[in-house]
Design a protein around this ligand. Structure first.
Ligand SMILES: C[S@@+](CC[C@H](N)C(=O)[O-])C[C@H]1O[C@@H](n2cnc3c(N)ncnc32)[C@H](O)[C@@H]1O
Length: 426
């Protein structure tokens, strides 16, 4: 009995579930439920680290217990290729918005509202219902669950699901073709994404010519920056911004900064810093300028700039890159760093806010799927990928011997790190 793994997992799941349950009861928090009025996310605060760890352990152990209970043969065939079809159809045809919250519609009515064929709609929704998305209180009648209600009420999340099912899923599907056609490629136009869109452009240049897709991507990124640990505010505590420049007066260039959400948060907090937000996408830059809070107009400016070309803002104190370098292979990340050199004054800082992958023997089993999956997305989209610390060191050394890479640390409560390199001169 002692060496039974399934029993060990079962006991641990029971123990940790009891811990979480006690916490919910003691703090008068709602029980998790898929009922339409159930909580839209698991009701424990992000910073409750002990209870969060117990919850994570339950999630991880359940996966392992399930896999063991299935056995290799059933486990392998339990991966459903069409698991995302429900989310794709629901978000594309705005089905969640068409069902009244707390009310009901028949499949026939929903087919009429959406213009979809009733039989097809029913098949897709019944798969979704099996995944807790919507429920069927009586045969032929559809109502919201807490999950479908979230899609109806949270536009940013719905935008993310649409991007994930329409863009990421297609790119992943074409990954094998890309590997066969372009073995070992570092080119951003030779990817699963490129094949799925019949282009040889990188995803950003492709989107820049397609305003609707570009806005959808920007909307999806908004969800990304709202995820626990990835909020722009996290960057505030992760770096000594108050020490920048002379007498605290400094300039930060937010390279590839999109709408400049991080710069806006930093500008609010540090009144002596000026920010220039740069992005390739003109539409994003104009949109961001329109949305810029009026009180920051004199300290946050926007400009269109391609970071593969020479950096036009000379002598800034910090060149900040958030979630940029992991998009690009080493060949292209090197180009991005080299394009800064003509603008750099001695002592200028290159600050990265990026994931850092632990070395293989340090990846905790409960984090492995997330870490490896995130890395793979970068490969599918750009032939890029998340890096280990030693990879960053090699990258700066390859770009120029004048960069002194100083490492960094993980931002508390975040999956992203702040890394720094200093320009020592040619
Ligand atoms: C993953 S997003 C990160 C955005 C932002 N730094 C953040 O954290 O919210 C990558 C950004 O790089 C921009 N980008 C891609 N290629 C670029 C290029 N060649 N020059 C400048 N910006 C580029 C994209 O438009 C996009 O806004």
């Amino acid at each position: 009995m002692d060496d039974s793994r399934i029993l060990e997992l079962g006991v641990r799941i029971g123990r940790n579930t009891a811990k979480v349950n006690d916490y919910l009861a003691t703090n008068n928090l709602p029980q998790p439920s898929f009922d339409v009025d159930g909580p839209s996310q698991f009701p424990i605060p992000h910073d409750e680290s002990e209870i969060s760890a117990a919850r994570q352990a339950v999630l991880h152990d359940c996966l392992e217990l399930r896999a063991l209970m299935l056995g290799p043969r059933e486990y392998l065939t339990s991966f459903q290729h069409n698991e995302l079809v429900g989310q794709q159809v629901i978000t594309r045809f705005k089905l969640a918005e068409a069902v009244p919250i707390g009310g009901e519609v028949t499949f026939t009515e929903l087919a009429a509202i959406s213009g979809l064929h009733e039989v097809h709609l029913r098949k897709i929704l019944r798969l979704a219902i099996a995944q807790h998305i919507f429920c069927e209180p009586r045969p032929g009648v559809v109502a919201h669950s807490a999950v479908s209600r979230l899609i109806a009420e949270n536009k940013v999340l719905a935008d993310w699901l649409r991007y994930s099912t329409d863009d990421l899923w297609h790119a992943a599907y074409h990954m094998g073709d890309a590997m066969a056609r372009y073995p070992g490629s570092e080119e951003p136009g030779e990817t699963g994404f490129a094949l799925s869109n019949k282009t040889n452009k990188d995803m950003f240049r492709f989107f820049a010519e397609k305003p609707e897709r570009s806005l959808r991507f920007a909307a999806a990124m908004r969800f990304f920056t709202q995820r626990p640990g990835l909020e722009p505010e996290r960057v505030i505590d992760g770096y000594p911004w108050d020490k920048i420049g002379i007498d605290g007066l400094g300039t930060v260039v937010d390279v590839g900064g999109s709408h400049g959400r991080v710069s806006i948060e930093l500008a609010r907090r540090f009144s002596s810093l000026n920010f220039v937000v740069q992005d390739l996408d003109e539409q994003v830059i104009r949109d961001a300028e329109r949305q810029r809070p009026g009180e920051l107009a004199d300290r946050v400016s926007y400009m269109v700039h391609d970071f593969f070309t020479e950096q036009p803002i000379k002598g800034a104190d910090v060149y900040f890159f958030r979630a940029i370098l992991h998009n690009w292979s080493d060949t292209y990340a090197t180009k991005i760093l080299r394009a800064l050199i003509p603008a750099l004054k001695r002592g200028a800082k290159i600050v990265l806010n990026e994931p850092v992958v632990p070395e293989p023997d340090k990846v905790l089993p409960e984090n492995a799927l997330r870490i490896r999956a995130n890395d793979l997305v970068m490969l599918e989209l750009f032939n890029g990928g998340d890096r280990e610390m030693a990879d960053f060191e090699r990258l700066f050394a390859r770009a120029h011997s004048g960069f002194r890479f100083q490492g960094g640390s993980r931002v508390p409560g975040s999956n992203l790190w702040i890394l720094e390199a200093e320009w020592m001169g040619e």
